[in-house]
Design a binder for this molecule. Structure first.
Ligand code: BGC
Length: 264
C-alpha cells in the first residue's frame, strides 16, 4: 500500500528515464497531481545502468524527504522492454541495459521494491486513468512521440505490455526513424511533411490492430494542431492530456497499484 501522508494523500514516486533527462516527482495517485516539485537531471552519459541507478537513488531519496513520504512506493519507466524487472532491449539508452536486472538493482539502491516498466506503458497507464483514454473501451493505443516512438496497448483498460510499435518495419527501416518527434527535427521536415510519415505509420498500425482510439503523447502533443489536421487514418486520433508528466504519473501508479504483474 502506498504511504498515506499526514495530509491524507496516497503518494508514490514516479521516475521517467529518457535519452536526455531523468524526470521524477512524488505523485498523489488518487488525483494524478504532482506533490511538490518535479525534478529533472541530465541522463548520465554514457547512460550505463550503474550510472542511471545512482541518479535515480539520489532523486528518490530527495523526493521522499520533500514529500514527507520516505517509504513511498517507487515506479521507474525506462525505454526498454521489461519482463520481470529485467530490461530486455535498449533503444536510445546504453546497450548495457540489455539483460540487466533493473528491478533488483533499483530495489537494492533505494531500499524497497521498485516497479520497473516500459516508459510508454507508464505514460499509457496515466492517460487511460486520468487523460484522453479515460473510460474508453475496446482497443486503445497510446503512442509517445519523442526521441523514439513508444506504444502502449490497452484492451478494455487492461495494459498489454511491451508492444514496441516504434520498431515496426516501414520502408525497410524502424518506423520510429521517420515518425518519432526527433525524426522531424533531425530530417529538417515541416510539420506537414512529417505528419505524412506519421500517418503512414498509423495506417500500418490500423491495418494490424483496428484500434478504437489512438492517443498521441510526448512533448510534441502540445503542438497537436500543427499535425493532427493532416492525418487521414481511420480511427480518431487525439492528443494526450497529461503531456510530459504522463510517464511520471503512470510509473507512480504502477508502483502504487502493482499495475504490471511481476510476471509481465
Ligand atoms: C523503445 C521503446 C520506448 C520508446 C520511447 C523506443 O525506441 O524501443 O521501448 O518505449 O522508444 O522511449
Amino acid at each position: 500500500m502506498p504511504k498515506v501522508t499526514d495530509a491524507g494523500r496516497r503518494i508514490a514516486i514516479g521516475v521517467d528515464v529518457g535519452g536526455s533527462g531523468v524526470k521524477c516527482a512524488a505523485v498523489d495517485i488518487e488525483t494524478s497531481q504532482l506533490v511538490g516539485a518535479r525534478h529533472r537531471v541530465a541522463t548520465p552519459q554514457p547512460s550505463t545502468p550503474a550510472a542511471v541507478v545512482g541518479v535515480i537513488a539520489r532523486l528518490v531519496e530527495r523526493l521522499g524527504r520533500e514529500a514527507g513520504a520516505p517509504a513511498a512506493p517507487v515506479g521507474v519507466g525506462v525505454p526498454c522492454v521489461v519482463i520481470g524487472g529485467v530490461t530486455k532491449t535498449a533503444a536510445n539508452i546504453d546497450p548495457a541495459w540489455i539483460g540487466f536486472d533493473a528491478g533488483r538493482a533499483l530495489a537494492a539502491a533505494v531500499g524497497r521494491s521498485v516497479q520497473v516498466l516500459n516508459d510508454a506503458d507508464a505514460a499509457g497507464i496515466a492517460e487511460m486513468r486520468f487523460g484522453a483514454g479515460r473510460g474508453v473501451p475496446g482497443t486503445v493505443f497510446i503512442l509517445t512521440l519523442g526521441t523514439g516512438l513508444g506504444s502502449a496497448l490497452f484492451i478494455d483498460g487492461v495494459l498489454v505490455p511491451n508492444t514496441e510499435l516504434g520498431h515496426m518495419e516501414i520502408r525497410g527501416r524502424d518506423a520510429e526513424r521517420r515518425s518519432a518527434a526527433v525524426a522531424r527535427i533531425r530530417r529538417g521536415l515541416s510539420w506537414k511533411a512529417w505528419s505524412g510519415d506519421l500517418d503512414e505509420h498509423l495506417h500500418a498500425i490500423d491495418r494490424l490492430f483496428w484500434p478504437n482510439l489512438i492517443v498521441l503523447g510526448g512533448g510534441v502533443s502540445k503542438n497537436a494542431d500543427r499535425f493532427l489536421p493532416y492525418l487521414t487514418v481511420r480511427p480518431p486520433v487525439v492528443p494526450a492530456q497529461l503531456r510530459n508528466d504522463a510517464g511520471i504519473v503512470g510509473a507512480a501508479m504502477a508502483a502504487a497499484e502493482a499495475k504490471v504483474s511481476s510476471a509481465a
